[in-house]
Write a protein that binds this ligand. Structure first.
Ligand code: 13P
Length: 250
């Protein structure tokens, strides 16, 4: 299976000119790539522009979506709108969206809506802090069980699970995670999926890591941590750094 590298640009950059520049800057790194899927998730207003920059190696993604099909939902974006622009992956349940009100129930509705349209959800989970008693594990378990309500075994393989511990995200992060911490959660997620569905399904699902991924630690999460890919924030806005991450995974 191909490794996945996702660029989550968050609420950046501020102009379409910069969008084009970042993507053009990436083109030298994406040449001759065939074992990695690169997914770029720009802010909604820039999805169209990003899709116009010709690069067959880059797949379009979105940072969010609304679960209703259409209608009176001011400010929201539907799955069909994104699909119409060529979006193939949608990040759901990012911790920064959960802070703004996305509950496990909303996350579940979004995953269901996205799967129905044959788009791949990138389902984010992760605790805000670790405790000596392991209560963070039940928190993660609840996020997974509630997020997957009503999702069939045949659909789970299309979901990419992204483990993003909140304490390791952003420039104010307490500290970065280490590959062993990812491995522990990776095994834990597989166990939960195996209990909910079966071992075969647990073996197939892809689990990626996000939280201060940079050119210095990217390789270790794949090699030592066993990650199927990476979800990159800050460093995905810098073509040289993001390109270096691509090269390391390659
Ligand atoms: P940073 O890579 O900036 O820590 O962001 C991680 C993230 O939230 C990606 O979704």
């Amino acid at each position: 299976m191909n490794k996945i590298i996702v660029a989550n640009w968050k609420m950046n950059p501020q102009s379409k000119f910069e969008v084009e520049n970042i993507l053009k800057g990436l083109s030298i790194f994406t040449k001759n790539l065939n074992n990695i899927d690169i997914i770029v998730c720009p802010p909604s207003p820039f999805v169209f522009i990003a899709g116009k920059v010709k690069n067959k190696k880059i797949v379009l993604g979105s940072q969010n979506v609304f679960y209703e099909k259409e209608g009176s939902f001011t400010g929201e974006v539907s799955v069909s709108m994104l699909k119409n622009l060529g979006v193939e992956y949608i990040i759901i349940g990012h911790s920064e969206r959960r802070i703004l009100g996305d509950t496990n129930d909303i996350v579940n509705k979004k995953i269901l809506a996205v799967l129905k349209s044959k788009i791949n959800p990138i389902f984010c989970i992760g605790e805000s802090m670790r405790d000596m008693n392991g209560f963070y594990l039940s928190f993660i378990k609840e996020q997974i069980i509630e997020g997957l309500k009503g999702i069939l075994k045949s659909q789970v393989k299309n979901i990419i699970f992204a483990y993003e511990p909140i304490w390791a995200i952003g420039s104010n992060a307490e500290r970065g995670a280490v590959p062993q911490e990812f491995t522990e959660i990776r095994i834990y997620i597989k166990k939960i999926i195996s209990d909910l569905y079966d071992i075969k399904t647990a073996n197939i699902v892809r689990i990626i890591y996000g939280g201060s991924v940079n050119p210095l630690n990217a390789e270790s999460f794949i090699k030592e941590g066993g990650a199927d890919g990476l979800l990159v924030g800050r460093d995905s806005l810098n073509p040289k750094k993001f390109g270096a991450i691509i090269n390391l995974v390659k």
